[in-house]
Write a protein that binds this ligand. Structure first.
Ligand code: MLZ
Length: 265
């Protein structure tokens, strides 16, 4: 596409910096997506997180799965990363001595749940254990700073990942502002949320990144990374973009441009 969104140009235009990858609870090397559409797995019901249900993979986008709870309607699909702790192989629930639950809003009579469960699992293709990746640990503290750029899930349209800016940092929380949308989609979340990603994530994982919205906003503050104590004078006199843009130092840039990231498995 002629005018495809480019972080490199956009960061230059907005004279802003990406949040360093170490700020995020995401794998440094994104895991491979070994799921296939139609596979079944166990998932915590997003509307009732204490219950574990059967879910079917409805679609794959990058390292995320579009999931639908069996017995639910088609208007409550949700998205999870392949290394989310909300999903597990079929059989885990029983192994832990728990029982699979009907989803909130089960479309049949509750008494038909045991038979429904039997039927839905009978002959089903179960997602293999190797497709589930271990959830990465979160950073020990909130390292985000206001003004840093990132890629974030739009919670109102959770299939979308969009360019965003940290607007505010408060304790364990950050305010995620979507670039060019005048605040309509902004939200607070924990710094270790699985819905925020470093700049370059979508490109690495082959997930289509949305372009920023049309509403132009001038940056409130020019984000400055903590100056290196060793050579402060030289650095502070240079353009922050040319000399301290961590994107340019990312080891993954070759992957961003073409080569497929090496899979973990
Ligand atoms: N087309 C829809 C989605 C906007 C998505 C914005 N994401 C930050 C709309 O215009 O409302």
């Amino acid at each position: 596409a002629k005018d495809a969104f480019s972080w490199e140009e956009y960061l230059k235009e907005t004279s802003s910096l990406p949040a360093p990858p170490g700020c995020f609870r995401q794998a440094r090397v994104p895991p491979s997506n070994d799921f296939k559409v139609g596979m079944k797995l166990e998932a915590h019901d997003p509307r009732n997180s204490t219950s574990v249900c059967i879910a079917t993979v409805m679609g794959l986008t990058g390292v995320r799965l579009r999931l639908r709870l069996d017995g639910s309607d088609n208007s409550n699909d949700f998205w999870r990363l392949v290394d989310s702790s909300d999903i597990q192989p079929i059989g885990n629930c029983e192994k832990n001595g728990d029982m699979l639950q009907p989803p909130l809003g089960f479309r049949m009579n509750a008494s038909s749940w045991p038979m429904f469960l039997l039927r839905t699992l009978n002959g089903a293709e179960m997602a293999p254990v190797i497709a589930f990746k271990k959830e990465p640990p979160g950073p020990p503290q909130n390292n985000f700073r206001s003004g840093m750029k990132l890629e974030a899930v739009d919670k109102k349209n959770p299939y979308l990942i969009c360019p965003a800016t940290i607007g505010e940092v408060k304790g364990d929380e950050v305010f995620v502002m979507f670039d060019g949308w005048r605040g309509a989609f902004d939200y607070w979340c924990k710094y270790d949320s699985r819905d925020v990603f470093p700049v370059g994530w979508c490109s690495l994982t082959k997930h289509g990144l949305q372009p920023p919205g049309n509403s132009v906003t001038l940056p409130k503050s020019v984000p400055i990374l903590p100056a290196s104590p060793s050579k402060p004078s030289r650095r502070s006199m240079q353009s922050p973009y040319r000399f301290s843009n961590p994107l340019l130092a990312l080891p993954v840039r070759k992957g961003v441009r073409g080569r497929r990231p090496k899979s973990e498995t």
